[in-house]
Ligand binder design. Structure first.
Ligand SMILES: Nc1ncnc2c1ncn2[C@@H]1O[C@H](COP(=O)(O)OP(=O)(O)O)[C@@H](O)[C@H]1O
Ligand SMILES: O=C(CO)[C@@H](O)[C@H](O)COP(=O)(O)O
Length: 586
């Protein structure tokens, strides 16, 4: 007899891929399909999912490519045998901060799609601008300076919106778009985030922006639960903010509410059930924390194109070095996040500098991994010997806000000084360990105010996460997992979500299950916690806290802080803004 039990779809429209995943009510993955932009897209000349204009530090993606991806992923799911008529709910996630500009015809085009044509072939006139600024974009320094000053200083902006101004955040991006492309801005009827763009396609009309993803704009007052009028006016360029407000639309509070049912286009083209519910789509990081019932002090490290460190917390403690968002499902909770542009692609660059690869292995990472774990921490041979420490930023970084470059140093822990004389570095092999170490040390440095010691704490352990969950492409890598445990700790160890690279899409699919099947008042954590089978879903991949190593890396944190200060100082000298911070002694 044909299976008619419900399925729930989750999508992840991230930098390099669109992923779709279907789960059952008991959270079992039944179908998956992927569209890899570089490998599968035709007609867009992109690299690693994006286009770049180096002269203006712009990074952007063609919206039509995403339409092509949706067409294809649905077809691929169908080819794998999914019966779309079983799908009772759809949710999804998008790379954060990116904005999509709909034309005046956009909404009409969305609700009048011809089932015999692809989305790509009939939505070309639906946008007032064909590109979406990508989160790796660094073109908005001028606009960020205005945002940071607008409420007083960057701390005030962080208190209000959860983050100081960042190049990629949508408010500064809209301000730049309006001034650089005034005609296109004038012709824009609605602005979506990537997540709400994807939701709009499935809904057949422009979907609201999500309560968590809205916090990635530098426009939303998190405590007040509304757009900040002054910041809207800055982005809009006028005290009358009505036009921008209506372009952005309302933001419903309930992350598990219903936007309505699936667009008839999908019913007629793919056989979706006409009562299938569209559940709010959120950002890819908020969605990732929904891939498991995270407990207090659990941390997730997402190793995708970006590296992010995520925790769910009831405490709102914003400061300019970190991000706070509303939790995507649970009012009263927040999501703490650190985000780095130079994650997967920076590691790939170091890997690709090694040659030749190890004979007899098909894993392109095996040589990198051998070098990353085959030496002592930071190259130190004795407790007080000098440490190798470096920053690898092929793209301008977010924290610290440093321009592109590779910055290698030697740190003397006894005299606490840095040397830029790196003749003791053995290159390129020493870079393998150093890049993973510095990426993880930065997470430890910046999360130390948010983690806490375990309770009870009979062994007097230092503050650290309880468990560390690795997700995203890089979570497959055993060397990164080992160093994550040594550097970040993790009282109960380092785990990988055993669902391939799909934690984000999975989180969205779980969100759809919760939204459609929840009883009145039942929280996401309650419903998913009850159905979650830990033994099947997570796998321990490395030890966590190890006393001696953790202590050694305390010096690494110290060294990294010095290096960052030095690099920032040199950058400030170059642009003529240096003060007397005490750095610059090298
Ligand atoms: N075994 C591995 N070791 C280290 N990195 C890996 C490995 N497998 C994949 N990756 C990295 O994962 C990244 C893609 O991760 P993914 O989560 O799919 O990214 P995104 O969500 O940004 O599209 C690639 O940049 C690649 O370098
Ligand atoms: O900018 C951020 C978060 O602030 C990035 O994390 C993007 O959300 C893109 O993520 P991936 O494509 O790496 O998943």
């Amino acid at each position: 007899m044909a299976d008619s039990s419900p399925l729930y779809l989750g999508f992840d429209l991230s930098t390099q891929q669109l992923k779709g995943i279907a789960v059952t009510s008991d959270l079992k993955v039944s179908y998956e399909a992927v569209f890899d932009f570089d490998a599968d897209a035709s007609g867009f000349n992109i690299k690693k999912g994006v286009l770049t204009n180096e002269a203006e530090r712009e990074v952007y993606a063609p919206v039509a490519m995403w339409l092509q991806a949706i067409d294809t992923v649905l077809q691929r799911l169908k080819d794998k045998g999914i019966e779309f008529s079983r799908v009772m709910g759809i949710s999804g996630a998008g790379q954060q901060h990116g904005s999509v500009y709909w034309s005046q015809e956009g909404e009409h085009a969305l609700s009048n799609l011809n089932k015999d044509k692809t989305l790509e072939s009939q939505l070309d006139h639906a946008f007032s601008y064909p590109y979406s600024p990508n989160w790796q974009d660094a073109s908005t320094q001028e606009q960020c300076d205005l945002f940071d000053r607008h409420l007083g200083d960057e701390t005030q902006l962080a208190m209000n919106t959860g983050s100081k101004a960042h190049h990629r955040f949508t408010g500064p991006q809209i301000l730049r778009f309006r001034t650089k492309h005034p005609e296109e801005y004038r012709k824009t009827s609605r602005i979506s985030l990537v997540s709400s763009f994807l939701a709009s396609i499935f809904l057949g009309k422009i979907a609201p922006i999500d309560i968590s993803d809205v916090c990635g704009m530098n426009l939303w007052d998190i405590q007040a639960g509304t757009y900040n009028e002054k910041l809207l006016a800055l982005a809009a360029g006028t005290a009358d903010t009505n036009d921008l407000r209506s372009k952005l639309g309302n933001v419903p509070e309930d992350g598990g509410g219903s936007f309505g049912t699936v667009s008839p286009y999908f019913v007629h083209r793919f056989g979706f059930n006409s009562s299938c519910t569209i559940v709010p789509f959120t950002g890819d990081n908020p969605s990732t924390i929904l891939a498991l019932p995270l407990r207090p002090l659990d941390a997730m490290v997402s190793l995708g194109t970006s590296t992010t460190f995520l925790m769910s917390t009831p405490h709102y403690k914003p400061d300019p070095a970190v991000h706070f968002f509303n939790h995507p499902t649970t009012a009263g909770l927040y999501m703490f996040m650190l985000c780095y542009k130079n994650g997967g692609l920076a590691r790939e660059q170091v890997r690709d500098s090694l040659s030749p690869q190890l004979p007899g292995t098909s894993d392109p990472w095996s040589l990198f991994n051998n070098h990353a774990t085959g030496t002592l921490p930071m190259g130190a041979t004795s407790p007080n010997s000098p440490l190798r420490i470096a920053l690898y930023f092929p793209r301008p970084e977010i924290v610290p806000n440093v321009r592109a470059g590779t910055y290698r140093y030697i740190y003397d822990p006894e005299y606490k000084n840095l040397s830029s004389n790196t003749k003791t570095w053995n290159l390129p092999t020493d870079d393998c360990r150093a890049i993973v170490e510095s990426q993880l040390l930065s997470l430890r440095l910046r999360s130390r105010n948010i983690v806490a010691p375990p309770s009870p704490n009979p062994d007097n352990l230092p503050a650290q996460p309880r468990r560390i969950f690795l997700v995203g492409g890089g979570s497959q890598n055993p060397a990164i997992a080992k160093l994550a445990g040594e550097i970040l700790g993790g009282v109960e160890g380092v785990y990988r979500l055993d669902v391939g690279g799909n934690a984000c899409a999975l989180g969205s699919a779980y969100k759809a299950v919760w939204a459609v099947e929840r009883k009145s008042g039942e929280t996401f954590e309650e419903l998913i916690g009850e159905r979650w089978r830990e033994e099947e879903f997570v796998k321990k991949v490395a030890d966590g806290y190890q006393k001696e190593r953790y202590k050694v890396y305390e010096k690494g944190v110290e060294a990294l802080e010095k290096v960052e200060r030095e690099v920032l100082y040199k950058q400030a000298v170059d642009v003529g803004k240096a003060g007397t911070s005490g750095a610059g002694q090298v």
